[in-house]
Structure formats: C-alpha cells, structure tokens
Design a protein around this ligand. Structure first.
Ligand SMILES: NC(=O)c1ccc[n+]([C@@H]2O[C@H](COP(=O)([O-])OP(=O)(O)OC[C@H]3O[C@@H](n4cnc5c(N)ncnc54)[C@H](OP(=O)(O)O)[C@@H]3O)[C@@H](O)[C@H]2O)c1
Length: 353
C-alpha cells in the first residue's frame, strides 16, 4: 500500500488525483491539504492553509503529490526531496523558482522526483533514464492556447473569460491563463532544464494544436521518440502515483478509425513574448527564474481580477525582470526574498485599482 499525501486536493489536479487513488486498491490517501476551501473527511489528516510541511511531518507519507498552485508549493517540494520521499510534482512553479536548491535537496534525500506535468511525464518516459549525452534535444509540445493565430492587435481586447476557454485542457485558472500567454511553456522549459539536466539550447518548443503529442525526444542516432494520448491529466497522475507499475486508468486509447492528423508548427514568439522572457530568465539563472515566476503570478492574478489587460501580463514580467538583480539562489531565504522583491516590483507597475 502506497500512502499518499495530496496537497492541493480541491484543485483540478487534486480532484483527478482523488479519482485515481479511489480506483486503485494499492493507493491510500493519508493526508490532504488545500489553501482555503474545506476538505473534511478526505483523509485521516487534513490541513487548510498554513505550513504544509507540518502536515507532511505528521503524515510521514510514501509519496507527496504536490498539486498546490504557485510559489506556495515550494516548502512542500523541498521537504519531500530532503526527506527522500517520492515527490510527484505538478507544482511546476516550485521547481522553476528553486531548481538548483531542489536538485541539491534531491541529492541529499536520494528519493524519486516524478513529473506530473504531462509534457515532462511524457519526456521522462521517452528518456527512460538514459544519459543526456544520447539526447540531441527535448521537444516540448503545446496547443498554443485559445489565442493561437491571433495578432497583438487582437490581444489588446481579450477578456479573462476568453483566456479561460482553453481549447484542449480543463485546468485551474492560473495555468489556463499561463497557457494563453505561453508563460506555461516558459515555466515548462525551465522545469525541463532542471528535471532532465539539459541545457536550454537543447530544449525546443513546438505547437501541436490538438494536444495529442505530449513531448518528443530526439536522440543522437537520428531517432525521435514521442509520447501520444488524448489530453487527460489522469494519465500522468496515475503514472506518477503507481510508478513503476503503469496501472490501468479509465482513459481511452487513441482511436484511428476516423483518421488522425498531427500538425506541428513553431510558436509565435513575437505575439507571445513570455516564452522568450522565460528562456532568458532560465539562461541567466540565479534568482531570475524565481523573479519571472513571481511577477507572472502577480500579473495573472491582476488580469483575472480585471485590473490588467492581457498584454500587460508580459509587460509586467518584462519590466520586473529588468529591475531585479538576479542574485545567486543559495538557500530558501534568498528565494523568499527574491520572490517578495519581484512581487512588490510587479505590483508597483500595475494600474491603480
Ligand atoms: N490542471 C492541470 O491540468 C495541470 C496540468 C499540469 C500542471 N499543473 C500544475 O499543477 C498545479 C495545480 O494546478 P491546478 O490547475 O490543479 O490548480 P487549481 O485548480 O487552481 O488548484 C490549486 C490547488 O492549490 C491549493 N492551494 C492554493 N494555495 C495554497 C496554499 N497556500 N496552501 C495550500 N494549498 C493551496 C488550492 O486550494 P483552495 O481550493 O483551497 O484554494 C487548490 O487545491 C499548478 O502548479 C499547475 O501549474 C496543472
């Protein structure tokens, strides 16, 4: 029996994870947490808000599924890695903000870090623990979000409702807006760099509008391996929770009877500048990725609250990154300081409410 602590139990990933746990006799929820919504009765131990590491100390789980949204998930990520407890990671923001620290914690703890993000789960499976010198490049795929094909002029006037209407995935509001701006691919680029130890120039981003191909790995022998399936997060969640078993899920396999066309095209980096801003922040390293994430979180919240136009999200992140010093990220205190500094710079640039 695997004892699971589920953080972010009330969210999109959290609810799908509960479905997977309930359908698998080898999985048991021992602890659940949310930010503010009540979660009584889901598990023997529950916590709403507060320090999630206290819950993890009490629960001593075998697996932590971190499905909290945003920087708030960082202490739990570091706790699991430091304690050698398997970490099933949906909370990409923690790895983006604290990649180097997280890798050091994983080395100390010696546990498994299993990605839940669908692209990274796919890449993990294509890579099969091969050394990076066999890899030419990793290709992260994205649908392009609801605004694929739009011009900057079109984007001047788009509303939160339009941004939240994702064409292929049903997800929480923050990641849905990140998908519309391509910040999500930017976060995933940095996440992949830390997860797989690949330099940024060996990570490509390609649009695949129907979200059937979740990632590809190009190997040095000229072969490319891809991971395909309908867009359904229950697959990577189940993969991480039951690893290395690959348990059955209720998700149906691909149907070719009606034909299946796969189209790939490059992202429009000029209309959607957050992908390039993320790449630059990742390449600069230190606390730049943390600042990118913090400014993006502030800007997305402001956009969803109707305080910032859609194009203001990228502008806020760009202005914030131009002002921070990107000092080295030596410990959690450095990151908390960098996160706070970037948040206050980003807030300062917002239109007055
Ligand atoms: N949804 C997807 O398909 C998908 C795919 C790939 C990766 N991800 C990643 O998975 C993470 C979760 O995404 P989501 O779409 O599931 O988000 P979501 O639906 O907004 O859910 C977020 C969850 O985090 C909880 N939370 C927020 N702040 C918290 C805090 N300070 N302490 C404890 N819990 C807190 C929320 O609790 P309350 O309900 O109480 O606020 C909720 O349970 C994100 O990092 C996202 O990028 C999601």
């Amino acid at each position: 029996m695997k004892r699971i602590a589920l953080l972010g139990a009330t969210g999109s990933i959290g609810r799908q994870a509960i479905e997977i746990v309930e359908s698998h006799p080898g999985l048991e929820l021992v602890a659940t947490a949310s930010g503010s919504q009540p979660i009584d009765g889901l598990a023997p131990l529950t916590q709403v808000g507060g320090d999630l590491t206290e819950l993890l100390e009490r629960a001593q789980p075998d697996v932590v599924l971190n499905a909290v949204v945003g920087f708030a998930g960082l202490p739990a990520t570091l706790w699991a890695l430091d304690h050698g407890v398997t970490l099933a990671l949906a909370n990409k923001e923690s790895l983006v903000a604290a990649g180097e620290l997280a890798l050091r914690a994983r080395e100390r703890g010696g546990g498994l870090l299993l990605p839940v993000d669908s692209e990274h789960s796919a890449a993990f499976q294509c890579l099969e623990s091969r050394s990076t010198d066999q890899v030419d490049s990793l290709v992260l795929t994205g649908s392009g979000g609801p605004f694929r094909g739009r011009t900057r002029d079109d984007l001047e006037v788009v509303t939160p409702e339009e941004a939240l209407a994702h064409p292929t995935w049903r997800m929480g509001p923050k990641i849905t807006v990140d998908s519309a701006t391509l910040a999500n691919k930017g976060l995933e680029l940095i996440e992949a760099h830390f997860l797989f130890g690949l330099e940024y120039q060996r990570i490509e981003v390609v649009l695949q509008p129907t979200s059937i191909v979740h990632a590809l790995v190009r190997f040095r022998d000229g072969a490319s391996l891809a991971h395909l399936g309908y867009p359904d997060m229950r697959v990577p969640i189940s993969f991480a929770l039951t690893y290395p078993e690959r348990a059955a899920t209720p998700v149906t396999g691909l149907d070719f009877t009606q034909g299946l066309v796969l189209e790939f095209r490059p992202p429009d980096l000029e209309t959607f500048p957050l992908l390039t801003l993320a790449r630059r922040a990742g390449e600069r390293g230190g606390t730049y990725p943390c600042a990118f994430n913090a400014a993006n979180e502030v800007a997305v919240a402001a956009f969803l609250a109707g305080r910032l136009p859609f194009l203001g999200i990228a502008a806020t992140v760009e202005e914030t990154l131009a002002e921070v010093d990107g000092a080295p990220a030596r410990d959690l205190a450095d990151l908390i300081q960098a996160d706070e500094e970037a948040r206050s710079l980003a807030q300062r640039g917002l239109p007055v409410a």
